[in-house]
Design a protein around this ligand. Structure first.
Ligand code: SAH
Length: 263
């Protein structure tokens, strides 16, 4: 799958693609990433890619013309594509990135062209004319779209076959449908006792069913505590078993009893 990234800071992505487990997705060509610097498509001696906003105010705005020239170069480089790859602009006003959306992109036939904004953003006329999707990484403002682009590509890369050491590994990750959209359970490693804290007994039992049961109960507990909305969603999708419901009922009772004791 091919991704073309329009960025004023291609080096940020080069180092990201050379590291960690996801490196394999880029090196093997499962994800082919082409980096494009709009400055190379800017005219004049200074190759200007930004200017002051009409109406005044702080900051600079990315010029539409070099972005358009850059996009044209990408489109002609991708002229073999049977279906035109969508243009994604990372923006705080976009749809929030989540597992479901990442999973959809990970299965996309076309890949995408990713536009990383800088400064105050991009001239709205370019967005109106050419952008197909806008994606946000949360209700916060970053200084550029490169970190959102890396988050997006990283999440897609780890879903590619063979990228994680254990192929089942992401199936037990938070938000994954095979975990019914719940949060992951807590993890422990050696030593068995660290600063007086013991690894939970079931994990040392060597008893597969017991370990699975403990992990499911812990996933439910984490989700109930930190993201009760995901419990509601799993329940609505009829993904919770009677054992799950019994575990949740226990959690409610234990918490209520604790509250009563404190009153
Ligand atoms: N003036 C804009 C912020 C510009 S930040 C506003 O207030 O909405 C510069 C660039 O960083 C943006 O064009 C966008 O590409 C990127 N960016 C910043 N925050 C982001 C977020 N939460 N999600 C995705 N991209 C973001």
């Amino acid at each position: 799958m091919r991704f073309d990234i329009i960025t004023l800071f291609p080096e940020m992505l080069t180092s990201f693609m050379a590291m960690g487990v996801t490196r394999r997705a880029f090196e093997s060509g499962q994800l082919q990433v082409h980096l494009w610097n709009p400055r190379e498509y800017a005219s004049g001696n200074y190759r200007r890619i930004d200017d002051r906003p009409f109406g005044g105010g702080p900051g600079m705005v990315m010029l539409a013309e070099p972005l358009w020239q850059c996009l044209n170069a990408i489109r002609s480089d991708r002229q073999q594509d049977r279906v035109q790859a969508p243009l994604v602009y990372f923006s705080p006003l976009g749809e929030a990135l989540d597992h479901t959306r990442v999973d959809r992109w990970a299965k996309s036939a076309t890949g995408a062209v990713l536009l990383c904004g800088r400064y105050e953003g991009v001239d709205q006329r370019f967005i109106d004319a050419h952008v197909d999707f806008q994606i946000s990484v949360g209700d916060l403002v970053l200084s550029g779209g490169e970190i959102p682009a890396m988050a997006f590509l990283d999440a897609i890369a780890r879903l590619q076959p063979g990228v994680l050491h254990d192929p089942d590994s992401h199936a037990s990750d938070s938000f994954n449908p095979s975990l019914d959209g719940l949060l992951d359970c807590p993890h422990y490693t050696r030593p068995e006792v660290w600063q007086g804290q013991q690894v939970p007994e079931p994990l040392l039992s060597g008893h597969h069913a017991q370990i699975l049961g403990w992990r499911r109960a812990q996933s439910l507990t984490q989700t109930w505590r930190h993201r009760p909305d995901l419990i509601t969603a799993a329940r609505a999708a009829q993904q919770l078993t009677p054992q799950d419901e019994a575990c949740l009922a226990d959690l409610v009772n234990v918490t209520a009893a604790k509250k009563n004791r404190l009153q």
